[in-house]
Design a protein around this ligand. Structure first.
Ligand code: NAG
Ligand code: NAG
Ligand code: NAG
Ligand code: NAG
Ligand code: NAG
Ligand code: NAG
Ligand code: NAG
Ligand code: NAG
Ligand code: NAG
Length: 440
């Protein structure tokens, strides 16, 4: 097949795609930093994952959520966001076998308008027109946004149709020192798609760039309507309460004055200093003068997520399904209805059951016979196809064998072609195969 006929074929694919309707890129608006780097595989194809409308399709964001109000319409492969350290693989689809991938690193302007014919050697991402699966060298994946586009000697046809990719690489600023836990374990290290980096989003009660600061005042240490001010004292931060005139003490719990008979309504009075006293309340009472009936729900008596409600004679618990008793302490045994089929073993859970099935059965109630593919027999990311009681594995490029367990030694197979450079390596445990450079 000549390169020109490949282009025609590709044009047909593209029209089919558009007729089918728009593609919305699957993405999370907010991503959390992964501790382990990931391998990301992008299929260099016009047949899927091509989006056009910048906001709704490519980014899946509400136009109202962003300030930019430009009408961007650039057909492209769904943009990717990587963490610094992730590896990026690009695999070409079979219809490119005679054409080869020809990726170049371009500027934002060239990404939007597609590069002109002719490019510099330094812009080429892969040394020669490539087929199959290849790893993008990390030199192209520094922090920031990178634009890759398809450019063949004959012109930017395929780029115009959508063979271009926006790759954004982000780093995290969530650690005070290189070995410190992310966000001091008091927050999450997050990034929204339109943000340039990952940063800490602290749990309540914590603040600071790395969530390293505990907000003492959030624990409400100041009583009786006193105001709380945070103070930095050495490393630990402390607080200061500004008491209303009738109260005193570190936490404004002490009352200004001296014990008099019946000062405390439902409790005992005790002097703290010559000028201040405290009321020690009887059970069921609260307030500075023990004047208020206490909240019986304050001790959280309802178990198993029961909801506590105040009752004149105390409290009542509104129990969730599956629980009974004054404090929702009785778990109803749902296994008594014998829900597990095919001699599965029943395990009682809160308002639920789990069935432990005998081999060859599956489903919540062991009601289904297992499909052989569900045992995940195919290795190395192969696709499993079930055929009644049997299965077949469709291997990823580079693998073979019944379960795709064998690595194809391309170097050996292709040694005849390695006349020029003789460069042929199996790298990453045989996962990536660098083909010999052939003259096209
Ligand atoms: C965007 O904002 C406009 C007005 O500011 C509003 O009429 C429209 O419904 C909003 N669109 C969405 C998808 O929220
Ligand atoms: C944005 O594009 C749509 C569809 O192409 C068009 O209907 C609309 O008028 C454009 N809006 C602006 C502000 O250019
Ligand atoms: C990729 O292209 C851009 C824009 O021309 C350039 O600024 C950048 O340095 C290039 N990247 C590399 C790794 O050469
Ligand atoms: C590329 O993606 C980044 C976000 O990751 C975005 O800010 C930028 O606008 C995109 N560029 C283009 C030209 O679509
Ligand atoms: C003030 O409250 C804190 C807890 O919020 C407590 O540890 C401390 O003992 C209290 N101090 C006084 C003088 O009551
Ligand atoms: C605190 O303030 C509220 C309203 O401002 C008031 O109803 C309440 O009695 C005050 N409590 C104390 C202990 O002074
Ligand atoms: C109040 O004092 C009486 C008599 O000394 C004692 O029995 C009771 O436990 C005290 N109550 C409280 C809440 O301390
Ligand atoms: C709680 O109040 C309801 C009426 O609202 C009453 O019927 C019930 O007996 C009370 N529960 C207890 C435990 O006293
Ligand atoms: C299989 O795919 C996962 C995720 O897509 C990747 O992390 C893993 O490295 C792949 N494994 C092989 C052997 O290709």
């Amino acid at each position: 097949m000549t390169p020109k006929s490949t282009v025609h074929m590709v044009v047909c694919f593209l029209q089919l795609c558009i007729v089918k309707g728009q593609i919305i890129c699957e993405r999370q608006i907010i991503a959390e930093w992964r501790v382990e780097p990931k391998h990301v595989l992008i299929e260099w194809t016009l047949r899927k994952n091509i989006c056009t409308d910048f906001y709704s399709e490519c980014w899946n964001v509400n136009k109202n959520a962003t300030r930019e109000d430009k009408n961007l319409s650039v057909p492209q492969i769904c943009p990717v966001q990587l963490q610094l350290g992730d590896t990026l693989f690009i695999s070409s689809e079979p219809s490119f076998q005679s054409y080869g991938m020809n990726l170049v690193n371009v500027s934002k302007e060239e990404f939007i308008n597609c590069p002109k014919i002719g490019f510099l050697q330094e812009q080429q991402i892969f040394v020669c027109q490539r087929r199959g699966l290849h790893q993008v060298d990390s030199t192209w994946l520094g922090v920031g946004t990178h634009y890759f586009a398809e450019l063949h000697k004959r012109g930017p046809y395929l780029c115009n149709m959508g063979l271009r990719l926006n790759v954004t690489v982000k780093q995290q600023f969530c650690q005070e020192t290189p070995n410190a836990p992310l966000c001091s374990k008091h927050g999450r290290c997050l990034s929204r798609v339109w943000e340039k980096q990952y940063s800490c989003h602290c749990f309540s009660q914590y603040s600071g760039k790395f969530c390293q600061k505990f907000n003492v005042c959030s624990t409400k240490p100041c009583h009786n309507n006193a105001s709380c001010t945070e103070k930095l004292e050495g490393i630990r931060n402390s607080y200061e309460c500004t008491c209303p005139p009738e109260f005193s003490g570190k936490n404004c719990t002490e009352i200004v004055g001296q014990c008099q008979p019946h000062t405390c309504f439902n409790g005992n009075c005790s002097n703290v200093t010559p000028n201040t006293f405290l009321c020690e309340c009887d059970k069921g009472f609260t307030g500075p003068f023990c004047e208020e009936p206490g909240d019986p729900c304050a001790s959280q008596p309802c178990l198993n997520r029961g909801v506590c409600q105040y009752n004149q004679s105390g409290y009542i618990c509104d129990c969730p399904a599956g629980f009974l008793g004054q404090d929702c302490e009785v778990d109803i045994n749902e296994c008594s209805s014998r829900p597990c089929q095919n001699r599965g073993t029943c395990i009682d859970l809160p308002n639920d059951v789990a069935c432990s099935c005998l081999p060859l059965f599956t489903g919540k109630f062991c009601e289904r016979i297992l499909n052989p593919c569900e045992l995940l027999p195919c290795l190395n990311n192969a696709t499993c196809v079930s055929e009644q009681q049997n299965y077949k594995c469709r291997c990823m490029p580079g693998f073979t064998g019944k379960n795709c367990e064998e690595v194809i030694d391309y170097c050996k197979l292709l040694s005849i072609n390695c006349l020029n450079e003789g460069l042929c390596l199996n790298i990453i445990g045989g996962f990536t195969v660098r083909y010999c450079c052939e003259l096209l």
